[in-house]
Design a protein around this ligand. Structure first.
Ligand code: C5P
Length: 246
């Protein structure tokens, strides 16, 4: 299958607290974005990598352009697009820039910069075996509960539990998420009619495909694919660079 990767890197990175987009934050002496890009190219699964960057970020754009020159002939086509206001908008900008003849697409968060090759290959294998949609996931170690704000104005605590999900049925979902291109295009087209509140609740691409009724398959993810979000994650990622868990 001719496969493209849309690398979404247009987030603000506010939770990391570096005062710069997360993709630009240094990890082991190099921006997070470069680790993500090198990982995708090294996996060898893609004909095209389309990177959604924060609009107007010349530094990140130059970095990608330099990497494009560094890529030997025969490497994937590197395309740069301006991301949008939401993650889904950034994905849609990527979808609009894919080459004719693309069969499948993987959407990957730049924040999961240390995703091992094996995960890209498990997704590619499931797509090749006929899946319309496939995501990597790992077991959940915490007990997960739903909560709501306390009726009594925060007394004696701000939230109260509304339910406990059975842990054996839960999975923590990662990226890259793989789709046959028409499946993801249809899902994103349908998402245009969501109201703002519904749109804000969309946190991954699989969710949009689920809404269309297409089965989403699950393969094994990796603890190394952590989403670098907080300063603690950055410490963990630095540690993984010293020596992967295997
Ligand atoms: O903020 P969130 O955790 O959803 O970000 C997940 C990924 O989506 C990050 O890699 C981020 O750069 C990307 N993103 C984007 N465009 C946005 C918001 C997030 O490309 N508007």
């Amino acid at each position: 299958l001719v496969t493209a990767v849309i690398l979404v890197a247009a987030g603000s990175g506010q939770r990391l607290g570096y005062g710069m987009p997360k993709a630009a934050v240094p990890l082991g002496g190099e921006p997070i974005l470069m680790h993500a890009l090198r990982g995708i190219v090294a996996s060898g699964i893609s004909s095209q990598v389309c990177i959604a960057l924060p609009a107007g970020n010349d530094g990140l754009r130059r970095l990608c352009e330099d990497f494009r020159e560094e890529l030997a002939d025969g490497g994937p086509l590197l395309t740069i697009v301006d991301g949008g206001a939401t993650r889904a908008d950034s994905v849609r900008a990527g979808l609009d820039a894919l080459m004719d003849g693309t069969d499948a697409v993987m959407v990957h968060d730049a924040a999961r910069a240390l995703t091992p090759d094996s995960v890209f290959h498990r997704i590619a294998d499931a797509l090749a075996a006929g899946a319309e949609a496939v995501i990597p996931a790992i077991a959940v170690v915490d007990t997960v509960k739903t909560v709501k704000a306390t009726a009594g104005g925060g007394s004696p605590a701000p939230e109260v539990v509304t339910g406990t999900a059975p842990r054996e049925d839960l999975r923590a979902v990662q990226t890259p998420q793989g789709f046959r291109l028409p499946t993801l295009q249809r899902a994103h087209e349908a998402a245009r009619s969501l109201d703002p509140q519904q749109s804000a609740a969309v946190t991954d691409d699989a969710m949009l495909v689920e809404m269309t009724g297409t089965p989403v398959h699950v393969v094994r993810g990796s603890t190394q694919s952590l989403k670098i979000t907080t300063p603690l994650d950055l410490i963990l990622a630095e540690g993984l660079l010293e020596g992967p868990l295997g």
